[in-house]
Design a protein around this ligand. Structure first.
Ligand SMILES: CC(C)(COP(=O)(O)OP(=O)(O)OC[C@H]1O[C@@H](n2cnc3c(N)ncnc32)[C@H](O)[C@@H]1OP(=O)(O)O)[C@@H](O)C(=O)NCCC(=O)NCCS
Length: 148
């Protein structure tokens, strides 16, 4: 494998935050990626590195409300690394980690315009439904669920 996956570190934040809008094809995504994920959710957040730097990352956490659930907040793979299995590898690392913590359901949410994300999650075995006004008026979301 050309990349190594490890836990996220606070110093990684500065290395990703200024790039994610480009990685998202110009759609503003950085507003929902706060430093706190690289500080307070390190056991369930991961970074992949290759010779060119950060190749991808995943920020997730164990649900504080539902003891069987885990949640993936954000995943991104550097455009030149896409289609190489890195997104799958990051998800599988997360699944393995949260399964060891007794979690059996993984949830996440994406925007309906993000067709690539919807296709990716389908390939990763998630079921999905469109929920109107999920994140407020006129903010419909695609809500995913996967049983581990
Ligand atoms: C979504 C994303 C993380 C996928 O990462 P990736 O490394 O390219 O994914 P992988 O190569 O591991 O692909 C895993 C599977 O999903 C499929 N897949 C990935 N992206 C796809 C796309 N855009 N369209 C169709 N299928 C796709 C692959 O074909 C593969 O299927 P297979 O394993 O059955 O062959 C990446 O495209 C990305 O960073 N997108 C921009 C950010 C984003 O939208 N994040 C999600 C919302 S937070």
């Amino acid at each position: 494998m050309p990349w190594q996956i490890r836990h996220a570190e606070p110093d990684d934040y500065a290395r990703v935050i200024d790039r994610v809008d480009d990685w998202w094809g110009g759609r503003p995504a950085s507003g929902i990626l706060q430093r706190l994920f690289f500080v307070h959710f390190r056991p369930t957040s991961f970074v992949a590195e290759d010779d060119a730097g950060i190749a991808g990352f995943l920020c997730g956490f164990l649900s504080q409300t539902y003891p069987g659930d885990a949640y993936i907040h954000f995943v991104g793979v550097r455009p030149d690394c896409r289609g190489s299995g890195l997104g799958r590898a990051l998800y599988e690392r997360f699944f393995e980690t949260v399964r060891a913590e007794g979690r059996s359901v993984v949830r996440c949410v994406t925007s309906p315009v993000n067709e690539g994300s919807i296709a990716f999650h389908a390939r990763m075995g998630f079921r999905h439904e469109l929920v109107a006004s999920y994140d407020g008026a006129d903010r419909d979301r695609v809500v995913f669920e996967k049983r581990l």
